[in-house]
Design a protein around this ligand. Structure first.
Ligand code: PMP
Length: 417
């Protein structure tokens, strides 16, 4: 009898039967409040009726139509609709199936468009698990472990992680920008650099928002040296942070935006958006793949976008995010076990630390486990996996946030020494 590979490490013993909104129901009929949303994917909630019926209708019409031969309506319509929500000028798009594929596609695009070999990524960033994306990932050593040689041409610059450095935001930002210039002077001349790849908020790296000064500094250097600014909005995009795009909080203008996760409410779909001029500098045939822009996934994405707009989910993410961050901060302040609580919209992380300020992975894991036993599903993140993160769907209600915070307060009290 076949068994699931032990490589698929599961944080809870839950086997799900079905999902509805912010809840998952397991095979024993138990209800779980899902503050993971499939790692920020099921933004419209599990099985939103509009997404379900759009997908069902599409399945009966056309499941797959390959764009090298034919286009289909959902793909064209989604392209048009995304053009309305993307930053101005980013009006050329193509589709893939996962975040990692979008990252790799943007890497190829940047190298082809600039003719330069190197990319600069930021410490603690996560961009995926395929070999190139893993080579660009520094949110933990495990992603590149045992798969060397990693891709050459990746340089890592500091991210303004003020809490980690023990500095204020301004000092951390000045340091990060100065180190970036030092990297240019010592490792990778700017005219050898194709692109910066950055998340507007470190996701897997521990829920650390960037800031306007830092992103303005990147934009300035990008403009000065002809480097592309690739904004990885895979975890932060599509309303998750309380703005449609995470980078909107910081006022930076990207050259390329990467979209996945919340885009299609759980159907595998990702997208790369750039200006037509930039896309025109890349080589046809080097992008895309068999399944990119699948008809059912595109129909689900169209319904997702409609639900987000009709139900005011970006506004809900902002309001419920403020409630969640405020509540988590109040809980964090009551215990020495939590050193910092950070977030943007419905991405909120509580960083567990020992009394002498060291990362405390054991207590974070214990908190995650205790929460799951109480019916609240959470994830961990950060280089030390000591940050417990909450990522409810964007449809989450004020009552559900209260329900989660009540469980979280008990959990923290029970695991904190
Ligand atoms: N970039 C970011 C910012 C992500 O959060 C993730 C997934 N956690 C990825 C890229 C990779 O996406 P995928 O797992 O779909 O390949």
């Amino acid at each position: 009898m076949a068994q699931l590979s032990p490589l698929l490490k599961q944080a809870t013993p839950v086997v799900v039967d079905h999902g509805e909104g912010a809840y998952l129901y397991d095979v024993d009929g138990r209800r779980h409040l899902d503050f993971t949303a499939g790692i920020g994917v099921t933004s419209t909630g599990h099985c939103h009726p509009k997404v379900v019926s759009a997908a069902q209708e599409q399945v009966g019409k056309l499941i797959h139509g390959q764009y090298t031969t034919v286009m289909h309506k959902p793909l064209l319509e989604l392209t048009r609709r995304l053009g309305e929500v993307l930053p101005r000028g980013l009006d050329s798009l193509f589709f893939a199936n996962s975040g990692s594929e979008a990252v790799e596609a943007a890497l190829r695009l940047s190298r082809q468009a600039t003719g330069r070999p190197n990319v600069v990524v930021f410490q603690g960033g996560f961009h995926g698990r395929t070999v190139a994306a893993a080579s660009m990932t520094t949110s933990g050593t495990r992603f590149g472990a045992g798969i060397s040689p990693l891709m050459a041409g990746v340089h890592v610059a500091p991210f303004p992680h003020a809490y980690h450095y023990g500095w204020d935001e301004r000092t951390a930002t000045e340091f990060a920008l100065r180190e970036l210039d030092y990297l240019f002077a010592t490792m990778s001349a700017p005219n050898e650099t194709a692109a910066f790849f950055i998340e507007p908020m470190l996701g897997e790296g521990g829920y650390v928002p960037a800031n306007p000064e830092f992103l303005a500094g990147l934009r300035e250097r990008a403009d000065e040296h002809g480097i592309l600014l690739v904004m990885d909005e895979i975890q932060t995009g599509f309303g998750r942070t309380g703005r449609f795009w995470g980078h909107e909080h910081f006022g930076a203008r990207p050259d390329v935006v990467l979209i996945a996760k919340g885009l299609a409410s759980g159907f595998p779909l990702s997208a790369v958006a750039a200006s037509e001029e930039l896309m025109g500098k890349a080589w046809p045939g080097s992008q895309g793949g068999t399944y990119g822009g699948n008809a059912v996934a595109c129909a689900a994405a169209l319904a997702t976008l409609e639900v987000i707009q009709e139900e005011g989910l970006v506004e809900n993410a902002a309001a419920r995010g403020a409630q969640l961050l405020g509540g988590a901060r109040a809980i964090g302040e009551k215990t020495a076990a939590i050193g910092d609580v950070r977030g943007l919209g419905l991405l909120v992380g509580s960083e567990f630390t020992t009394p002498d300020g060291k990362p405390d992975n054991a207590t974070a894991q214990a908190a995650q486990k205790a929460a799951a036993e109480r019916g609240l599903l959470l994830l961990t993140c950060g280089a030390y996996m000591n940050v417990v993160r909450m990522i409810p769907p964007l449809v989450v209600s004020a009552e559900q946030i209260d329900e989660a915070l009540e469980i979280w307060a008990d959990v923290v009290q029970s695991v904190a020494k």
